[in-house]
Design a protein around this ligand. Sequence first.
Ligand SMILES: Cc1cc2nc3c(=O)[nH]c(=O)nc-3n(C[C@H](O)[C@H](O)[C@H](O)COP(=O)(O)OP(=O)(O)OC[C@H]3O[C@@H](n4cnc5c(N)ncnc54)[C@H](O)[C@@H]3O)c2cc1C
Length: 320
Amino acid sequence: MKIAIIGAGLAGLACARALAASGHQVRLFDKGRAAGGRLATRRLEHDGQTIRFDHGAQYLRVRHAGFGRLLAEQGCQPWPRSEDGEDGPRLVPVPAMSALPRALAQGLDLTTGVHVAALRRQEEGWMLGHVPAAVVKGPIAPPGLEPVWEGPFDAVALTAPAPQSAALLAVPAPDLAEALEVVEYAPCWSWMAAFAEPLPLPDTLRPDLGPIGWAARNNAKPGREGPEAWVVQTAPQWSREHLESSPEQVSAALRAVLRAPEPLVQAAHRWRFSLVERALGRPCLWDAGLKLGVAGDFCLAGRAESAFLSGEALAQAMRS
Ligand SMILES: Cc1cc2nc3c(=O)[nH]c(=O)nc-3n(C[C@H](O)[C@H](O)[C@H](O)COP(=O)(O)OP(=O)(O)OC[C@H]3O[C@@H](n4cnc5c(N)ncnc54)[C@H](O)[C@@H]3O)c2cc1C
């Protein structure tokens, strides 16, 4: 089959690799600059030096052997100092979170920087319309942009976060779109800041109250280099209340809470669909009649391993 996969996060990559391994012709499309989605690393420049921050997923935990094998093959390393180690070790790709999706995308046919804005079924198969990601400001492309059409494809897998996949499915597959309505996410702001001196804090913080949900000394992770660099992620309630704040307002508020000095360099990133609060409760959706499928972390639970398992489950459903 000729298959299009929308989204090259872990779910899309897992699905693509499994389908390509069984001889299908797979094309991936992603609006980001590279594969990875929420397995992300931001680079900030200071004084001729590039400082890297894992500003999406912080670490990976393994519950299923297949995911464990993948992380071992990819050289992921344990990140010690686990204050909550009952769940097994925290693993991180080296030298940055984005190294994992980058490695998984190798050899796959991936088009980046394109926002898929329309999906249309014709007699010959599925057509997929995309616009340059740079012209789309929100999570959903506004109507009226003339897309570039690709296809026909025999089947399409959608692995964007549920609301974005639902928007694409609304016309060609309203039942699938409706099934995704149960999924709920919390948003999250990630503040990235580098400092001239180490902050007087432990390597990770998970305060129970207030704006901060999690904070980590990024340069303490294995294989990281560079100056004192922090990633601070906001708690769900605070994130909802400050969803429309500016990056500058968020940065100032978090800096004040940490009583941090003036950073060498800083940035804030808003994740509208960050952590899944209510999942679908099924590994994936596959409509064999329409040849349309849906996968993503939101099918099972809000963590990277669930995205991987969901992508693999969809590939299996598509092959059978
Ligand atoms: C702040 C934060 C902290 C986290 N911490 C952890 C953690 O510590 N451990 C853990 O296991 N998990 C963590 N997670 C969750 C983890 O990152 C996700 O579960 C996982 O990465 C989801 O993978 P996915 O492939 O389902 O979705 P995504 O990674 O979101 O991939 C979807 C892809 O679809 C693309 N896309 C969307 N719409 C379109 C469109 N219209 N056209 C083209 N492309 C499109 C996006 O660009 C994206 O690349 C965290 C997430 C966030 C945001």
